[in-house]
Design a protein around this ligand. Structure first.
Ligand code: FMN
Length: 214
């Protein structure tokens, strides 16, 4: 029989998660969260805030959908329009950072590394050919992202959209992948028992894991 909660019953304090005081488990948990976010649209890590150094030297951020995570290679992958300012910024200065916060998990992940713009690889071709026309249409727009328009406009793909072959060929030229080669993963976990912060980096390819003050 369960005791009914009264005003004097202390609130139940949830147990700490298994990774709480374990750096290796923390890192595994971080990779798992990122990996799940590629298919879970409600994850706080699905649309990451990706930062580059602007052409004028100021920080520039934008949301980007996390498409693929490779924990062994330590890479994240995004899709982008090669005509966008971010691609120019990342070509000139490949320093890149991605940030996400999951409200239900009370977890912040911040990744720093170097960007690679990848327009013509076999992988980029594969991603393009397996993409729905509804997604490809964004890359078929004559205006480049950030172009000044004389009136408000934006693509609105019909449900049954088909790109004809010439349009698809032109659109392919605007499509690229952005790879983030991770050099540092900063992990912040808020918890009633005490917050935790950990930092993971791979100098010379070997893992350096340590706790930091949150
Ligand atoms: C939820 C959301 C997801 C987005 N996903 C992407 C994306 O995956 N790739 C991308 O290039 N832009 C994406 N955008 C648009 C960018 O945030 C940004 O506005 C655009 O890429 C131009 O950025 P730039 O001028 O810094 O290059 C997304 C925007 C939102 C609101």
């Amino acid at each position: 029989m369960t005791t009914p909660q009264t005003a004097t019953t202390p609130a139940l304090v949830p147990p700490v998660p298994p990774f709480y005081n374990d750096l290796e488990a923390t890192l595994r948990h971080a990779w798992a969260q990122l990996d799940a976010a590629t298919t879970d649209r409600r994850s706080g890590f699905h649309a990451l805030t990706v930062a580059s150094v602007g052409l004028d030297g100021t920080p520039q951020q934008r949301s980007m959908i996390l498409r693929k995570v490779d924990s062994a290679a330590r890479t994240l992958r995004f899709n982008a329009d090669i005509r966008s300012v971010k691609c120019e910024e990342l070509r000139l200065n490949p320093a890149i950072s991605a940030l996400g916060y999951s409200i239900p998990d009370k977890l912040q992940l911040r990744l720093n590394g170097m960007a690679r713009i990848d327009q013509h690889s076999a992988l980029a071709d594969y991603v393009w050919t397996t993409m729905r026309d509804q997604s490809r249409v964004a890359y078929a727009q004559p205006s480049a992202p950030g172009d000044v328009l004389t009136q408000p406009d934006g693509y609105e793909p019909p449900i049954e959209l088909r790109l004809d072959e010439p349009a698809a060929t032109l659109a392919r030229e605007n499509f690229c992948l952005v790879h983030l080669d991770i050099q540092r993963l900063d992990w912040v976990f808020l918890n009633i028992h005490g917050n935790r912060r950990a930092q993971f980096s791979w100098p010379e390819g070997a893992l350096n894991a340590r706790w930091l003050a949150p």
